[in-house]
Design a protein around this ligand. Structure first.
Ligand code: GAR
Length: 218
């Protein structure tokens, strides 16, 4: 299989990027990271790739959000990615940027979407008394944490869970789910058609789930 080109957008510590790089190094993901793009020039995530692959700019240094996203989009495009992955990119993406990469932009989110969009998802799951919690990978659309969900990983909420304990367990699942979805994506089997995720050309009506061997199952 040829090496697919992956661009990563991130704002923070970059543990999901680390998981992708780990899967590539272990030979489980036939891909290469061709750029890491951040709205936070001092984000730890940037340190995980060589300087030539780093791009960052503070949105506040641009005249408008549109100007920032034009520059970001141009930088992404210059890296010629097959897939663009938001892995802890903590800004809402504007319409123009999302349309530019429509159908090949993915996001990982720490909840079982459509439950608990936005921030503080672990506290929200506890406050709602959810019996299950987890993470989702979905196609990006201009609306926050929306877009067709491709796959989810679930865990049972324990009576003594705190937002911190849930966050740690969900993050460990994210590190398994994201490489598994990328594997599907780079194999050419995943596509979005008319707002629905398709695998091998067949529309999926419920998200795939991750089994204990890190395989995605219907
Ligand atoms: C992850 O938990 C990811 O799901 C979340 O940010 C964290 C980034 O961690 N993303 C969102 O909340 C997006 N709505 P990382 O920098 O260690 O990968």
């Amino acid at each position: 299989m040829s090496q697919a080109r992956i661009a990563v957008l991130a704002s923070g510590r970059g543990s999901n990027l680390r998981a992708l790089i780990g899967a590539i190094e272990a030979g489980r993901l036939p891909a290469q990271v061709v750029g890491v793009f951040s709205d936070k020039p001092d984000a730890a995530v940037l340190q995980q790739v060589p300087p030539a692959l780093r791009w960052s700019a503070k949105p506040a240094n641009f005249d408008s959000r549109e100007a920032y996203e034009q520059a970001l989009g141009d930088a992404i495009e210059a890296a010629r990615p097959d897939w663009i992955v938001c892995a802890g990119y903590m800004r809402i993406l504007g319409d123009a940027l999302v349309q530019r990469f429509a159908g090949r932009m993915l996001n990982i989110h720490p909840s079982l979407l459509p439950r608990h969009r936005g921030l503080r998802t672990h506290a929200a799951a506890l406050a709602a008394g959810d019996a299950e919690h987890g993470c989702s990978v979905h196609f990006v659309i201009p609306e926050l944490d929306a877009g067709t969900v491709i796959a989810q990983a679930r865990l049972a909420v324990a009576p003594d869970d705190t937002p911190e304990s849930l966050a740690a367990r969900v993050l460990a699942m994210e590190h398994r789910l994201l490489p598994a979805v990328l594997q599907l994506a780079v194999s050419g089997r995943l596509a979005e058609r008319d707002g629905t995720a398709c695998v091998d050309g067949q529309p999926m009506f419920t998200p795939l789930t991750l089994d204990s061997h890190d395989r995605l199952m219907p």
